[in-house]
Design a protein around this ligand. Sequence first.
Ligand SMILES: [Zn+2]
Length: 399
Amino acid sequence: MKHKKHMGKSVAALALALVLLTGQVLPVLAVTWADVNDLKDDASALNSQKAQLESKLEELADDKSKALERRELLDQKIGVLVTQINNAQQQISDYDTLIDQTQAELEEAEAKEAEQYDLFCRRVRAMEEDGGKLSYWSVLFNATSFTDLLTRLSDANEVMEADQQVIDELEQLQAEIEEKKSNLETARTETVTLKNNLDSQKAELDQERAEANALAQEIESNAAEYQSTLDAIEAEEEAIQKKIVQLSQQLAAQNGGSSSSAALGGYIWPVSSRKINSPFGPRNTGIAGASTNHKGVDIGGVYYSSQVHAAKAGTVIVSQYSSSYGNYVVISHGSGNTTLYAHMSSRSVSVGQTVAQGAVIGITGSTGISSGPHLHFEITENGVRVNPLNYLTGYIRNW
Ligand SMILES: [Zn+2]
């Protein structure tokens, strides 16, 4: 890393000078503004990498919610289809029952018809064996007169007509039953076709649903991957933050200041607005299990023209632009106690400058990774960023 190389060189040179002057190796404290600025450049590069990952996470959250929405819609469609399929299946089963019943009726009618015909045949045979009183042949050969013949024929026809009528009725019934059965079979075939169609629609939806599910899962695992990279960057940022604090302490000591703990607290509001748009701490990225840790507070209710004031007297140790913080300033209040002001439209202080509490250090804006004008404000105490709302009283909750 760039700053290690740089430090190594200057520290080695200073150590050598000390050895030459005093003849003994002393603990090295000396650092330069360049060391601090190199670290700040690294932090800035990390910040921009982090911002990219965060925006990727947001995109993924968006994609994932779309995939989940799609999966939910498919689930609903599948639910409707399953109901339709069950309905068709029930219809088919009802048709089967009706067809079975009709088949039984048909068989019964056929049996009756056969029985009736059999009865008729036996009667005619019996009549013939009986001396043929009523058979056609006996009617013709045994008639004693024409009148007798007509009477005999009429009697024989009546017998035959009665039988024939029963048989005709049975045949009619059989035809009706057969038509009913055929209609039922047609309806059943149509229902089976409908059900097959529904089954194939469901198979397609199942496939689509599996794809939407796989996509949602893939997005989830990508999010987890991005999150772990983000965590690593945050950890590295933390380490750099510690070094910056350490360097600012050493710098304070070199400049004749005290390296003992500064008096903490005593901050004033850096802008006139009291609106907090985003608090300190974990922030949800919209993806389960993925979050980022907000290291400051976002003060809203400002425009592109509000003055930013030093929250506490100190020395400016950073005044630069970074891709994520935009124009930002860091003021050291001694021994690991700093305040940071970000996303300003302009800065009006430079590194090394001492500022009084309340001094104007810049103008609010929306530079860097920012969705609108606000002041991102951080307080570091003993090398750790703390919640500014522990000190800034009277804030208005706007999140
Ligand atoms: Zn912020």
